[in-house]
Ligand binder design. Structure first.
Ligand code: ADP
Ligand code: MG
Length: 219
């Protein structure tokens, strides 16, 4: 049994079918990429997996349990977007620690967790910087650190390199790879960029709302 099963998922907006009978199985610890041109339905599928789209066909099964109608927070997934969505009035430390501070976790434990994820995204020493003082690539790394700190069951990354140049894009994918290896972090990366996709373990290619091919890149 796979950790996440996307089963025969379909979605229409009005008369337009944007997803048609999509099925994907994702294993724990896998780094999988969903590749396809703009408008083919990638973000819609990600939102369905995350629980952010209520009306759709098919099922989302997590750990053998039907979660199709369960709210996003019950799925324990992390999401990273193209826009970094950081809080501009909070420094790097606060941006990352924010969600943990109401969770009855000791300050020293939060410190330890923040330190660890900052190391993974290679931003140790940046704790007191504000988003406006960081480059786009650095802001995206903070955004990824903010998700990783929860050890989400899956990290869903929707075009995280969409606003970045080649060098920064490669750095972002490198650190996704690193967190995949270091924490056995399961990752679903979405991109339209074939070069970026090659960094994943498996590439699922979509066109026009359907899966057209699947390829294992490396084991
Ligand atoms: P991708 O992420 O691959 O670029 P999307 O999943 O964002 O594609 O969009 C797939 C298709 O669904 C597009 O044709 C888009 O215009 C349409 N679409 C997405 N969201 C909505 C919406 N809320 N209402 C109507 N159409 C939408
Ligand atoms: Mg999209």
């Amino acid at each position: 049994m796979s950790f996440l099963q996307v089963k025969n998922v379909g979605k229409s907006y009005g008369q337009v079918k944007v997803l048609k009978d999509i099925s994907i199985d994702i294993e724990k610890g896998e780094f999988i990429c969903l590749l396809g041109p703009s408008g083919c339905g990638k973000s819609t599928l990600l939102r369905i997996i995350a629980g952010l789209e209520d009306k759709h066909g098919g099922k989302i099964i997590i750990n053998d349990k039907d979660m199709t109608n369960s709210p996003p927070e019950s799925r324990n997934f992390g999401i990273v977007f193209q826009s970094y969505a950081l809080f501009p009035n909070m420094n790097v430390y606060k941006n990352i620690a924010f969600g943990l501070e109401n969770k009855n976790i000791s300050k020293s434990n939060i410190d330890k967790k923040v330190k660890e994820v900052l190391e993974v995204v290679e931003l140790s020493g940046y704790e007191k910087k504000y988003p406006s003082q960081l480059s786009g690539g650095q802001q995206q790394r903070v955004s990824i650190a903010r998700s990783l700190i929860y050890r989400p069951a899956i990290l869903l990354a929707d075009e995280p390199t969409g606003n970045l140049d080649r060098k920064n894009s490669e750095e972002i994918v490198d650190l996704l790879n690193l967190s995949n290896k270091r924490f056995n972090q399961t990752i679903l990366l979405i991109t339209h960029d074939e070069k970026i996709a090659l960094e994943a373990n498996r590439i699922v290619t979509m066109e026009d709302g359907v899966i057209v091919s699947e390829k294992v890149v490396k084991k």
